[in-house]
Design a protein around this ligand. Structure first.
Ligand SMILES: *Cc1c(COP(=O)(O)O)cnc(C)c1O
Length: 372
């Protein structure tokens, strides 16, 4: 643990991020790579991850909002940067001043971007989003011709790209993928017919790994860059996040001793318990109580009883852990430690949610493999 004595920390391996980014860039050879660093880089830290991704060959960064995009600029990142989901009150002017490319899904949004371009005297670079079937943001096909025409005529606006997002790319062969690709092709053709010459981008991580026909000019991987594979391919992705804590106290207890709130667990024989100062306030889901293990002393040990707000107790059997011993909650899995995927499977969710939920004020982040 670091000098500030945090109770638990996430260790982010930037070497793994660079490795994964290079692997994705090789899969998408011929396309540029946008490293998606929204939501504080899925809980890994936007600025260090963005730097690592750029070092490994990303020539674009993707942020969900201007707030996120401007934070990257403020940290000194000058890479081409795309922001795609802003609220109606958002002022696009600072985005244009900071050279941020903007996603546009509607005439209203286009008008606000064009107004900001006029006000600032800056040319707005917009990426027109067609809703090809995800039904979140994006322009419905029926409204697309009007949006394309308006964008082609808007002063101070340059249409850089036509783009969209896939609903079921992680379900290989799902019929919606081809259906979305077809709508995408039609939208692109309409933009060309309106005199525009945009690039195209569509692929998230799953499509980078499984649909080379959908890579187009630019791909937008997120989760795979963090080493979590959304599709069952054997690509050598390396999970970048390890969640760890340490033993603060051990005790030998007699058979029949019960542990933690509600006494849901009782020792069947004499055993050694290890107290670990991390709990649901730090990202250990309470609903994993009674069904999780940690990596301690070179093996998996079950957590005994309920996960508390600040603490959990590990049943170490006849092992003799010491105060200060490392406890891995989840990691890359290479030694046999639990993984974020394992937590997600138990909880009925996806590993995206596990790592993204690790942005916690009490959990300190530490980086490995930072370059000067
Ligand atoms: C989050 C996101 C991505 C990245 O998706 P992954 O599944 O994490 O690769 C790409 N594009 C858009 C628009 C997104 O919102």
């Amino acid at each position: 643990m670091t000098a500030s004595f945090p109770h638990s920390e996430t260790v982010i391996d930037l070497g793994a991020v660079r490795h994964n980014l290079s692997l994705l860039a090789a899969r998408a050879a011929g396309s540029a790579v946008m490293a998606v660093v929204k939501a504080d880089a899925y809980g890994h830290g936007a600025v260090p991850v963005a730097r690592a991704a750029v070092e490994a060959g990303a020539t674009w960064l993707g942020a969900c909002s201007l707030q996120e995009a401007l934070a990257l600029r403020a940290a000194g990142l000058s890479t081409r940067l795309f922001s795609w989901l802003d609220v109606p009150e958002a002022d696009f002017a600072p985005g244009l001043e900071a050279d941020v490319d903007l996603g546009v899904s509607s005439l209203g949004e286009l008008a606000r971007v064009a107004a900001a371009a006029e006000r600032t005297g800056k040319r707005a670079r917009v990426h027109l989003k067609i809703d090809t079937g995800l039904s979140r943001n994006g322009c419905p096909p029926a409204d697309w011709p009007a949006l394309v025409d308006a964008a082609a005529q808007a002063r101070g606006v340059e249409v850089v790209a036509v783009w969209s997002h896939l609903a079921c790319a992680d379900d290989i062969g799902h019929a919606s993928i081809d259906a979305q690709a077809k709508v995408f092709a039609e939208a692109y053709d309409a933009a060309r017919a309106a005199g525009l010459d945009p690039i195209r981008h569509l692929a998230n991580s799953a499509a980078v790994l499984t649909r080379p026909d959908l890579h187009f000019d630019l791909v937008r991987p997120g989760i795979a860059m963090y080493g979590l594979n959304p599709v069952p391919t054997d690509d050598d992705l390396r999970p970048a996040m390890t969640f760890r804590s340490e033993v603060v106290l051990t005790k030998r207890v007699a058979a029949g001793s019960s542990v933690s709130y509600g006494h849901t667990w009782t020792a069947q024989q004499d055993t050694t318990l290890a107290l670990v100062p991390t709990g649901y306030a730090d990202g250990v889901p309470r609903s994993l109580s009674g069904r999780m293990e940690v990596w301690l002393g070179g093996r998996r040990c079950p957590v005994a009883g309920r996960v508390c707000m600040d603490q959990l107790v590990v049943d170490c059997g006849d092992d003799a852990p010491k105060a200060g011993d490392e406890v891995v909650l989840f990691g890359a899995g290479r030694s046999g430690e639990p993984t974020a995927r394992e937590w997600a499977d138990k909880l009925g969710t996806i590993d995206y949610e596990i790592v993204t939920s690790m942005y916690r004020p009490r959990v300190v982040r530490r980086y490995l493999g930072e370059r000067a």
